[in-house]
Design a protein around this ligand. Structure first.
Ligand SMILES: [Zn+2]
Length: 341
């Protein structure tokens, strides 16, 4: 099969599009013919050796939609089934898994980190990670929501429990996770303040995806703007995925009893927290890690019902994976970048 591999860690130039052996599914596994695979920041971190236990050569790609080609021994999935792959791999037996919280499995892994991913014509995945794609949802839309959107869903619905009437601040609304978050917060009945790094992205978040207010974080003071917009009250929830650079501002933006929910550390993992304001305002700082098969099924149903749009920046041929990763690194995109083998 054709795949994009890297034999050493480095910049985009280490990605090579070439022939490699098609993998064989083992017991409980299936071979999926990849139709679309999303580009995720994890892929960039894996490529430079910053995350996971990557063995070389490696194939990245966590966000897969495609068709079951064949099932391995002990697996009964029919060939031809259209599927999305829930990317948070899990054991199914630990205490987290038994509680249904497979995203925080004690043996957790992500497709394309500890295992070979979907930057290829075929990928082997556990049968138990498959979620059928409903009619009316394209392969592109399915791949686009498989990781970023379930992450946003898990953060806002399961962890922060956004309620009707809440005001939610979404950082970097032009990213895959941010563009999903604006829509999901609206679906929960909240009003959204979207931040983005360009006026064009800010206006798209407002005009296309339903944010009520927008802030350009490169030229406006986000804390001041939030105070102005909310008449000094602050917001109920901050959707945080940038990390060290923005966490202090995120906490300052909260109303009393408000929640910062976070899933990312793009700008660094360490920051200072003012504990006095944390307890005196009864603030909550909540972590959120990926999502579950149930989150993916919920999200796919919303897409099928036309209530949630899979925001796609562009689709590129698989062999242009290096250009696709460079585009993501430059933060030029609005929504997901997809690759087509
Ligand atoms: Zn487990």
């Amino acid at each position: 099969m054709k795949a994009v591999l890297f034999d050493e860690f480095g910049d985009e130039s280490v990605l090579a599009y070439r022939e490699t052996d098609t993998p064989e599914p083992g017991p409980g596994e299936v071979l999926v013919r990849v139709s679309r695979v999303g580009v995720n920041r994890l892929d960039l971190m894996a490529r430079v050796g910053q995350v996971g236990k990557i063995s070389l050569p490696h194939i990245s790609g966590s966000e897969v939609a495609g068709v079951v080609e064949k099932a391995g021994p002990l697996s009964s999935v029919p060939a031809g089934l259209r599927v999305a792959v829930a990317p948070y791999l899990y054991c199914g037996q630990c205490e987290s898994c038994l509680r249904g919280e497979e995203n925080v499995c004690l043996k957790s892994d992500i497709l394309g980190l500890g295992s070979m991913g979907g930057y290829a014509e075929y990928v082997v995945v556990p049968e138990k990670s498959l979620v059928p794609v409903p009619q009316g949802v394209s392969d592109s839309a399915a791949a686009a929501v498989t990781l970023s959107t379930i992450t946003a869903w898990h953060m806002l619905v399961e962890q922060a429990r956004v309620r009707p009437g809440d005001v939610v601040l979404v950082w970097a609304a032009g990213s895959g996770v941010g563009s999903a978050a604006v829509q999901i917060a609206r679906l929960q009945g909240a009003e959204v303040i979207a931040t983005a790094g360009s006026d064009e992205k800010v206006s798209r978040a407002v005009s296309q995806y339903g944010a009520k207010w927008g802030i350009n974080y490169r030229r406006q003071d986000v804390v001041e703007e939030v105070r102005r917009i909310t008449h000094k009250r602050g917001v109920d929830v901050v959707f945080e995925h940038l990390g060290a650079d923005t966490m202090a501002s995120s906490l300052k933006c909260l109303a009393r009893g408000g929640t910062v929910v976070t899933c990312g550390t793009l700008t660094g993992t360490r920051t200072e927290v003012d504990l006095w304001s944390l307890f005196a305002k009864e603030l909550r700082l909540v972590g959120s890690y990926g999502g579950t098969r149930r989150d993916l099924a919920d999200v796919l149903k919303l897409v099928a019902d036309g209530r949630l749009e899979a925001v796609i920046d562009r689709e590129m041929p698989l062999k242009e994976a290096a250009q696709a990763q460079a585009r993501m690194a430059g933060r030029g995109q609005f929504g997901k970048i997809l690759l087509a083998p």
